[in-house]
Design a protein around this ligand. Structure first.
Ligand SMILES: [Ca+2]
Ligand SMILES: [Ca+2]
Ligand SMILES: [Ca+2]
Length: 152
C-alpha cells in the first residue's frame, strides 16, 4: 500500500510536467475517441471511451475504482490527464454515494455529465471545436485553482 502511495506522488509530479505538452495529448485523445473518424464524438463513442477507461483504471477488476488505482494508472499511462487534480479529488467527484470508490455506473453517469457539458450546442455530438473549448475551460479553471493556492 505504501508503495502505491509513493508511486502516486511521483505520478503527480510527472503529470505536472507533462501538462505543458497538453495540445498534442488532446489531439491524440480525440483520435482515440472518434473511432469512426467522422470528426464528431457521438454519445456512443464517448461512453465507449469512458468504459474502456474504467476497465483500464480498475486494475484489480473488482468493478470499483479507488484513488490508489487512479494514482497507479496515472503512473502507468505516463500522460498528463490529471490536470492537477489528485486521484482522491477525482474519485470524490464521481463517487455519488460517497463510499470511497467509483463503480462502473457512477463512472458512466459522470461521463454522461461530461458529455452534456462538452456538447454546448446540444446536438448529441461533440465537435472538435466543442472539444477544444471544453479543454480551454478546464485549463483556465485549473489556472484559477492554482492562483487561489498561491494566494494562501
Ligand atoms: Ca465519430
Ligand atoms: Ca478496482
Ligand atoms: Ca461509490
Amino acid at each position: 500500500m505504501n508503495q502505491i502511495k509513493t508511486h502516486s506522488l511521483l505520478a503527480l509530479s510527472v503529470i505536472g510536467a507533462l501538462a505543458l505538452s497538453g495540445t498534442a495529448l488532446a489531439n491524440d485523445k480525440w483520435e482515440k475517441m472518434d473511432t469512426n473518424q467522422d470528426g464528431m464524438i457521438s454519445a456512443q463513442e464517448h461512453s465507449a471511451a469512458a468504459d474502456a477507461k474504467f476497465q483500464k483504471l480498475d486494475a484489480d477488476g473488482d468493478g470499483r475504482i479507488t484513488a490508489a488505482e487512479v494514482g497507479a494508472a496515472h503512473a502507468r499511462m505516463d500522460k498528463g490527464e490529471g490536470h492537477g487534480k489528485s486521484p482522491e479529488e477525482k474519485i470524490q467527484k464521481m463517487d455519488t454515494d460517497g463510499d470511497g470508490a467509483v463503480t462502473a455506473q457512477e463512472h458512466a453517469t459522470a461521463a454522461q455529465e461530461k458529455m452534456r457539458e462538452a456538447d454546448t450546442d446540444g446536438d448529441g455530438n461533440i465537435s472538435q471545436s466543442e472539444f477544444e473549448a471544453k479543454k480551454e475551460r478546464k485549463d483556465s479553471e485549473h489556472m484559477r485553482d492554482g492562483h487561489m493556492r498561491d494566494d494562501r
